[in-house]
Design a protein around this ligand. Structure first.
Ligand SMILES: Nc1ncnc2c1ncn2[C@@H]1O[C@H](COP(=O)(O)OP(=O)(O)OP(=O)(O)O)[C@@H](O)[C@H]1O
Ligand SMILES: [Mg+2]
Length: 311
């Protein structure tokens, strides 16, 4: 059931005259009041109080919250460094832990850029597919003022967070979406406890049964997406992580509703063809006929169309 507090808040966000970042900083400057928790008198440089309670209920991940997730209000977030700079966002590694206890978790913070360094290639696809109704948002996007750019970044962060929440609940292997706060999405970190991030599929060289196993997981994930009428929209071996043999799909802000979007079927085909090409080049074609009922790479587009019931 939609959370009424969330939808009110979500709507208001783009009607407000005040840009999100100003509200967020104002909120942050009130943080010393947290001394009332009686835990720590100030935090080491670079740390911030856990931002968990700054996200409204609808801006936090699906319940039940996973056991590993630190939700204690006394927790602090420590920046451990940058994981990757991307075209539209930078991804940082954070530790959220309760000072003085052994309780902590690693999180990936994906921060959408609001400055001129960002590439806007996906914005028009976003507008075409979703018909952004908020006229202020559309105007701001068109004008590319700094408030407009901030708004676009927040729209992307929210789009990614809601797609991840939906897909997580549908059983698609995606990082657990912890929370969204302005232009930042906090995600389950996919990697090892020492902070080593899982490689992207494109950086791995799987063969034989390992290759077939990853193909199997990918086909299942894409079929589930298509079954929900969705396409990733930017599917490639760069947006899949491989963590000890487990495939995890990432980078989902532009998820496409294949029925509502005028070019939905095209996106579905493009996604399928991109990954099928990668798996074919790695030699999957020579493996699948012998690997049970796994589809051949070339059959994936038709299979996904069928799953999405678009012919
Ligand atoms: N949850 C995560 N756990 C570990 N690493 C992650 C996670 N999310 C993202 N990354 C790393 O950060 C990179 C960029 O993330 P993502 O693809 O979501 O952003 P992007 O801005 O679209 O980047 P790009 O332009 O490279 O596609 C990923 O390729 C991956 O290496
Ligand atoms: Mg990416």
């Amino acid at each position: 059931m939609p959370d009424p507090a969330f939808s009110r808040r979500g709507k208001r966000r783009f009607d407000d005259d005040e840009p999100t970042f100003a509200k967020r900083n104002r909120h942050r400057s009130a943080l010393p009041a947290l001394d009332a928790y009686g835990t720590v008198d100030g935090l080491p440089d670079g740390d911030r109080w856990s931002s968990w309670d700054q996200s409204a209920a609808g801006e936090r991940g699906p319940r039940p919250y996973p056991d590993w997730l630190v939700t204690e209000l006394a927790a602090a977030d420590t920046e451990l460094g940058i994981l990757k700079t991307g075209k539209e966002a930078d991804v940082f590694l954070l530790r959220r832990g309760v000072p003085g206890t052994g309780r902590s978790c690693l999180l990936a913070a994906k921060r959408y850029r609001d400055a001129g360094h960002r590439m806007f290639h996906r914005d028009s696809e976003y507008l075409e597919g979703r018909r952004v109704r908020e006229s202020r948002a559309s105007r701001a996007m068109a004008s590319r003022t700094s408030a407009g750019r901030e708004m676009i970044a927040a729209l992307w962060a929210n789009a990614e967070f809601s797609a991840l929440s939906k897909l997580y609940l549908a059983g698609v292997p995606v990082p657990y979406p912890v929370q969204v706060l302005g232009t930042e999405v906090l995600l389950e970190f996919i990697g090892d406890p020492d902070g080593t991030a899982a490689p992207r599929l494109a950086e791995t060289r799987p063969q034989g049964s390992e290759l077939a196993g990853l193909w199997d997981q990918l086909v299942q994930a894409l079929r589930t997406l298509a079954g929900h009428g969705l396409a990733h929209g930017d599917m490639s071996a760069y947006n899949l992580l491989v963590h000890h043999g487990r495939l995890v799909m990432i980078d989902l802000p532009q998820v496409i509703d294949v029925i509502a979007h005028p070019r939905g079927a095209e996106f579905l085909d493009r996604d399928a063809a991109n990954v099928a090409r990668w798996f074919s080049a790695r030699g999957l074609g020579g493996i699948v006929p012998a690997a049970g009922d796994l589809p051949a790479p070339g059959d994936l587009p038709a299979l996904l169309r069928q799953e999405a019931r678009i012919g």
